[in-house]
Design a protein around this ligand. Structure first.
Ligand code: ASP
Length: 329
């Protein structure tokens, strides 16, 4: 039987990190070495391994992801059945969601990493990579958008989040929970995310619009938010309290900023939708939306920021951005 063809792109992260002369671990290994270290991987798929980057994932940018997305789209055009992106776990939640937006079509795109380096006891990289390949090669994974696979758990890009600094079970899916798991060498799905139909984002790298992310906290006096337009940001995401709220003294300021650039409203609670029609006090969601804030639905602050940046780069107007965020409500 012919094996599915998978494109594997390695960007760095702990999964690639070995002891460095400077102390600690740093990215060194490439995709080919990682693939070669996984017993049984060759039986799952025919793999082409490429290593475009060797970075710790806090240093990845949306421009990097735009470049990776273009390489995957080209790979799919050339006949690959699925793609795997290997990277650090710190920013998987952003990369996965950006790839979800940037790579249309049915073929699986799976983002994977590891919490432990390859030289550590109990290294989780090989097992995670094998699980990622099993998912990327599975017909049942088609049409699910980008996925993240870690700890034998399959997560939807729009919900996945790193929720622990250390454990191999660090990844969670807020709201709906994981889509499935890998057991006995087979992915099993128990949920499919509702399709979100957005216009295609075929972007070229460079000039990514800067988008600020501001988390509200008790007594915030607004000095950071006030500085956002003059600092040259093209948009801002506010992680509001609760269902999307700010202190009353900041309500006017949110309206003023929304006059000059798009202001998306997420929740610092990390689960549940931003409300739209419940609270009516100054600084509440009804008040802020009335002043021009755009509710981000179920998206976390970092994911709303990804969508806002890519939409601004694509030149979408305020109405299109509002509709895109609302699609995740
Ligand atoms: N700091 C690392 C990174 O994101 C963590 C990891 O890969 O698990 O590159």
């Amino acid at each position: 039987m012919t094996r599915p063809r998978l494109l594997v792109l390695s960007l760095g992260g702990t999964i690639t990190m070995t002891a460095s002369a400077a102390g600690g671990i740093a990215p060194t290994l490439g995709a080919a070495e990682l693939v070669a270290a996984v017993p049984g991987l060759g039986e799952v798929a025919e793999i082409e391994a490429r290593s475009p980057l060797r970075l710790p994932s806090p240093s990845l940018t949306l421009d990097h992801v735009v470049t990776v997305a273009a390489e995957i789209r080209m790979g799919f055009g050339a006949g690959f059945d699925g793609a795997i992106v290997i990277q650090g776990t710190d920013t998987i939640e952003e990369t996965a969601f950006a790839l979800d937006l940037l790579v249309p079509g049915e073929r699986p795109v799976v983002v994977v990493g590891a919490m432990r380096g390859p030289q550590q006891a109990g290294a989780d990289g090989p097992g995670n990579l094998l699980a990622a390949a099993l998912v990327a090669a599975a017909p049942a994974a088609r049409g699910l958008g980008a996925l993240a696979v870690l700890n034998d758990t399959i997560h939807a890009a729009r919900f996945v989040r790193k929720a622990h600094t250390a454990l191999t079970s660090a990844f969670v899916s807020d709201n709906g929970g994981p889509l499935g798991l890998v057991a006995e060498g087979r992915p099993r799905f128990f949920a499919r995310p509702a399709p979100v139909d957005l216009p295609a984002l075929h972007l070229v790298p460079g000039d990514m619009p800067p988008v600020a992310l501001i988390k509200m906290a008790m007594g915030d006096d607004g000095r950071l938010l006030r500085a956002v337009p003059e600092l040259g940001y093209a948009g801002v995401v506010i992680e509001g309290m609760g269902a999307g709220h700010v202190p009353a003294p900041l309500a006017d300021l949110v309206g003023e900023v929304a006059l000059t650039l798009p202001v998306a409203l997420a929740s610092r609670t990390l689960a549940g939708p931003v409300f739209e029609r419940t609270y009516g006090y100054a600084g509440s969601e009804i008040d802020l939306i009335g002043r021009g804030a755009l509710p981000a639905g179920l998206l976390s602050g970092p994911k709303a920021r990804v969508l806002l940046a890519l939409a601004l780069k694509a030149g979408w107007d305020r109405a299109a951005i509002r509709a895109a965020l609302a699609a995740y409500g």
